[in-house]
Write a protein that binds this ligand. Structure first.
Ligand SMILES: CC/C=C\C=C\CC(=O)SCCNC(=O)CCNC(=O)[C@H](O)C(C)(C)COP(=O)(O)OP(=O)(O)OC[C@H]1O[C@@H](n2cnc3c(N)ncnc32)[C@H](O)[C@@H]1OP(=O)(O)O
Length: 284
């Protein structure tokens, strides 16, 4: 993407950096409120990942958070002011208020789903608490790594609600263990990093946040050095296949690759492999 048309990543509660090797680093930066998700946080997150989708410079993303913990979940102070998107006027009937409340929940869902639909792999780095909406967020990521002090809580039942931004849809597919998912979703119990590793919620646990971040950056750099056509195709096809039958997945993959096999990257990669050299692939 030409510099004059490059999207802006100038946000209030996110710090976004883009390295020359194609790795974007998004840091949720609201440490004074333990990175609680106010509407501004999730709206900025949605906008940011929406922009990554069409920004060819971005090949892989690392998502982390500043301060003591990944996130304390939904901003309860903001939530206490009334339901999301609902008109506060009590004279307005419940159907009319409910209509706008539903739209607001859908908007919140879309913002977090932007992590999944941005096409570029996203690696979450979790340290300290990852509560409530934090689980919705990391479940939408491709890879999760944790620091030893990380712990995870599907906290929603403790605030009197069912999780509604993606945890109940994605977490079962991430860990593939229905009994465990129901245990943690019904009880809101604290899951330590070791257990998260054992059950497959995270793929690595590192001694501390700095090492977890370094490991994620190294993985991201390795992904960013691959053909971006191959990488976005792989993400897209994994997600499609997760949500469809094997047969549907195979048929769709054949169709997708009918186009993707025509990239210059394949020829360059095959040639480099034969010559025992490293291929360099242009941005999407
Ligand atoms: C449509 C709905 C969509 C999504 C729904 C998502 C549901 C959820 O996310 S459920 C999870 C909700 N979160 C919680 O229940 C956690 C609440 N917080 C705590 O229990 C504690 O703060 C803690 C995380 C255990 C940390 O405790 P501690 O180390 O003692 O720090 P504190 O002094 O409590 O907090 C410091 C500072 O942060 C503010 N804060 C903490 N959590 C939140 C929050 N969730 N929302 C808003 N603000 C929060 C806290 O008030 C303090 O601020 P001060 O200004 O210093 O008082």
């Amino acid at each position: 993407m030409a510099a004059d048309t490059a999207p802006s990543y100038d946000f209030g509660l996110l710090r976004v950096g883009l390295s020359a090797d194609g790795v974007a680093h998004v840091e949720i930066n609201r440490p004074e409120a333990l990175n609680a998700f106010s509407s501004q946080v999730w709206q900025e997150l949605g906008a940011c990942f929406g922009r990554f989708k069409s920004d060819g410079r971005v090949r892989c993303v690392v998502l982390s958070a500043a301060g003591r913990m990944f996130t304390a979940g939904l901003d309860l102070k903001e939530a206490a002011t009334g339901p999301l998107g609902a008109a506060p006027d009590p004279a307005v009937d419940v159907a009319r208020r409910g209509y706008y409340h539903r739209l607001a929940i859908l908007e919140f869902q879309d913002a977090i789903s932007a992590i999944e639909t941005c096409d570029k792999p996203v690696i979450a780095v979790v340290h300290g608490a990852c509560l409530g909406i934090g689980i919705d967020v990391i479940s939408a990521c491709d890879i999760r790594v944790a620091a030893e002090d990380a712990f995870f809580v599907v906290k929603e039942v403790d605030i009197g609600m069912a999780a509604d931004i993606g945890t109940l849809q994605r977490l079962p597919k991430v860990v593939g263990n229905d009994s465990w998912v129901r245990d943690v979703c019904y009880t809101a119990r604290r899951v330590p990093a070791k257990e998260a590793l054992l059950v497959g919620l995270v793929s690595r646990v590192l001694p501390d946040k700095a090492e977890a971040l370094a490991a994620a950056q190294a993985t991201a750099a390795s992904i960013a050095a691959k053909s971006p056509v191959a990488v976005v195709s792989t993400k897209h096809l994994l997600n499609y296949s997760r949500d469809h039958s094997v047969r549907e997945g195979l048929e769709y993959t054949a169709l997708w690759n009918t186009l993707a096999h025509n990239s210059h990257d394949m020829a360059a990669a095959v040639m480099a492999s034969l010559q025992k050299k490293r291929a360099h692939f242009p941005n999407l």
